[in-house]
Design a protein around this ligand. Structure first.
Ligand SMILES: [Zn+2]
Length: 367
């Protein structure tokens, strides 16, 4: 009895710190918007506190020649459209490229005209709302850790096999960004000195051997060599070597095409080798493999696990990290960006279209 009474007494006399903490806990459940800026599409989603996408909008990414302001306009309009129907308390942006350690500037984005762009300040000024900017691979890893294949493991490394290799590190339940925000660029670790040329300017980068581009290059090379073993693959594209794509190889492998299985095995073996290197440096408990190529599932992960075990330093004398497939698919970046934004959300502030448009008109007149 007395404890209830005591509890009530304490409750009615909340200190400022307790009130802040209560607001903070409520803020962690607020709906926020996550935006994923890709090379061809910008996706915006309203995401709830459990990582569920309540509503999603998509539009085309403005051409690289367009000014940074055009991309900001697109983002602002997507947020306002969602805010017309929902309370939006904060916005998280996941962008391909280098984001500085303060998560304020996009240092470089390959698909956009952003060069040292102060995106966070520009957008929070326009929307009058907290905004977080994060590298897309970091955002995806965060989502997998919070809601997907990384749940329950605070030491996590994510490896995304897309056209190249993207990556991210979660350490002690926090994103490890590095000193300048550019940690996790695993794709450009040299695995073959003097090897294949990479667009980054170096030779022998990991992503030249284990990525969607590597898979397609190897498949086309084999087909172009008119090897009889590649005939079933060629039949699938009517003899057009250039029509061979990553998903096509995966589909062929699933259907039992021996050469397609072999190609994925090769990519998987390189994947396992690189992962063993990462384990030597970072010692995570789990590797989460995402990106388009991971749709191949066990056909990729099986060979990766074998190569990992063959190359792991101290094998047999140490616990081994698990290698698992990502669970959240293409939407991981959006969900992760929204969840990171939730950490800076303000309980009593939402974005209002009228206010934003009024402010924009004023800014325009001043201009
Ligand atoms: Zn490279």
């Amino acid at each position: 009895m007395s404890s209830t009474a005591g509890g009530y007494a304490r409750r009615s006399q909340w200190t400022t710190a307790e009130r802040r903490s209560a607001h903070r806990k409520a803020a962690l459940r607020l709906p926020t918007v996550g935006i994923d800026i890709g090379g061809t599409k910008i996706a915006a989603g309203l995401v709830d506190g459990e990582g569920r996408i309540v509503e999603q909008l998509r539009t085309e990414t403005p051409d690289r020649s367009k000014s940074p302001k055009v991309v900001e306009d697109v983002i602002t309009e997507l947020v306002l459209e969602l805010a017309d129907r929902h309370d939006v308390h904060a916005v998280g942006i996941g962008a391909a490229g280098f984001v500085d350690a303060d998560r304020a500037r996009v240092l470089f984005a390959p698909h956009l005209s952003w060069r040292n762009e102060p995106l966070q300040a520009a957008l929070s000024e326009r929307l009058r709302l907290p905004v977080v900017v994060e590298n897309d691979a970091n955002a995806a890893a965060w989502a997998e850790w919070r809601f997907g294949a990384g749940a329950g493991e605070d030491h996590l490394v994510m490896v995304n096999l897309g056209t190249g290799i993207g990556g991210a590190i979660v350490r002690d339940g926090r994103l490890e960004r590095g000193r300048w925000g550019t940690a996790g660029e695993f794709g450009h670790m040299t695995v073959v000195p003097g090897g294949l040329r990479c667009p980054c300017g170096n030779r022998g980068c990991w992503e030249q051997y284990s990525s969607g581009n590597a898979l397609v290059r190897e498949a086309r090379e084999l087909a172009a060599a008119e090897s009889p073993v590649a005939q079933p693959l060629l039949d699938r594209v009517g003899g057009d070597v250039a029509a061979i794509t990553g998903p096509l190889v995966t589909e062929a492998a699933r259907a039992g095409d021996a050469v397609a299985v072999e190609l994925l095995q090769e990519i998987g073996t390189w994947l396992g080798l690189g992962i063993a290197n990462l384990a030597a440096a970072l010692d995570p408990g789990r590797f989460v493999i995402g990106g388009g190529v991971s749709a191949a599932g066990e056909l990729l992960i099986g060979p990766a696990r074998e190569a990992f075990r063959r190359n792991l330093t101290g094998r047999g004398f140490r616990p081994e990290a698990e290698i698992v497939l990502a669970q959240l698919g293409n939407e991981a970046g959006m969900v992760g960006a929204a969840d990171l934004a939730r950490q800076v959300a303000r309980r009593f502030r939402t974005v209002k279209r009228a206010r934003v448009e009024r402010a924009n008109r004023r800014a325009h007149r001043a201009w």
